[in-house]
Design a protein around this ligand. Structure first.
Ligand code: CA
Length: 224
C-alpha cells in the first residue's frame, strides 16, 4: 500500500485530499510546513509526496530539492496555483515527477498518483519483502512505513539476505559477500551483527523474518 505525505498549508485543501485518498485506502499523513515534513521524514518512509509550492518556511521547489538531496527516492507531485510554463519547468527541475495546477479535480489527482506509482514496479532500486522496503539509492530501510536506522555493515548484511530470500546462507557465504577479505573466520562477528539486525528489523514488529538455522546459518523469510 502506498504511503503518502501531503505538505500543504491550506488546511481545507489538504483535508479534502487526505479524506479522498483515505477513502480509497491510501495511508496518508498531512503536515502544514516543510519544517514539520522534515520531522516526519526522519521517522517514516513515504512512497509519494504531494507538495504545495507556496509554503510557510521555504517554497516547494527548494523543499523538493532538499528532500531529494537527503536521499528521498519516492515520487513528488507538485501542487500549485501557478501555472506558467516557467513554473512547471522549475518544479520538474527541482526533483518533482509531476505537476498539478490548482484548482484541480480530485479524479485528476488520483489519476496522476496512479500513473506515478505504476512506474515504480519496474524500479530495481528497491528491494521489497512484505512490509519491508530496502531502498538501495537512499540507503534506507523501513517496515510498516517506519524508518529503521542501520549501520553500513548492517545494511549490507540485510541487502545480501534480501537478495537471497528463503535461502539458508552459511557464515562463509555471508563473510565473503559482506565482509570480504577483512573477515576473521575465528570471530563471532556475524552472529553479533545478525543479533543487531534482528533487534532492529524484527523485534519491534509482529512478523519475524530473520531466522537462525542451527548448525547451518541464517535465512530471511519471504513475507508474502
Ligand atoms: Ca500554500
Amino acid at each position: 500500500m502506498e504511503r503518502i505525505i501531503i505538505v500543504e498549508d491550506e488546511k481545507k485543501v489538504s483535508a479534502f485530499i487526505q479524506q479522498g485518498l483515505n477513502e480509497i485506502g491510501y495511508q496518508v499523513e498531512s503536515v502544514e510546513s516543510p519544517r514539520l515534513a522534515r520531522e516526519l521524514f526522519k521517522k517514516k518512509v513515504f512512497d509519494l509526496m504531494i507538495l504545495d509550492v507556496m509554503l510557510p518556511d521555504i517554497n516547494g521547489f527548494d523543499f523538493a530539492r532538499e528532500i531529494r538531496e537527503s536521499g528521498y527516492s519516492g515520487f513528488i507531485l507538485m501542487l500549485t496555483a501557478m501555472s506558467t510554463t516557467k513554473d512547471k519547468i522549475q518544479g520538474l527541475d527541482s526533483g518533482a515527477d509531476d505537476y498539478l495546477t490548482k484548482p484541480f479535480e480530485f479524479d485528476e489527482l488520483l489519476a496522476r498518483i496512479r500513473a506515478l506509482t505504476r512506474r515504480k514496479s519496474d524500479d530495481k532500486a528497491q528491494l521489497k519483502n512484505g512490509d519491508m522496503l530496502v531502498d538501495l539509492i537512499g540507503r534506507t530501510v523501513s517496515r510498516e512505513g517506519i524508518r529503521i536506522e542501520l549501520t553500513t555493515k548492517e545494511f549490507s548484511l540485510l541487502e545480501f539476505l534480501m537478495r537471497h530470500l528463503n535461502q539458508v546462507m552459511d557464515r562463509n557465504a555471508i563473510a565473503r559477500q559482506v565482509w570480504g577479505a577483512e573477515f576473521d573466520p575465528d570471530s563471532n562477528v556475524i552472529d553479533v551483527y545478525i543479533n543487531h539486525l534482528r533487534k532492529k528489523i524484527d523485534n519491534p514488529f509482529t512478523k519475524k523474518l530473520l531466522k537462525t538455522v542451527v548448525g547451518q546459518g541464517y535465512v530471511l523469510h519471504r513475507a508474502d
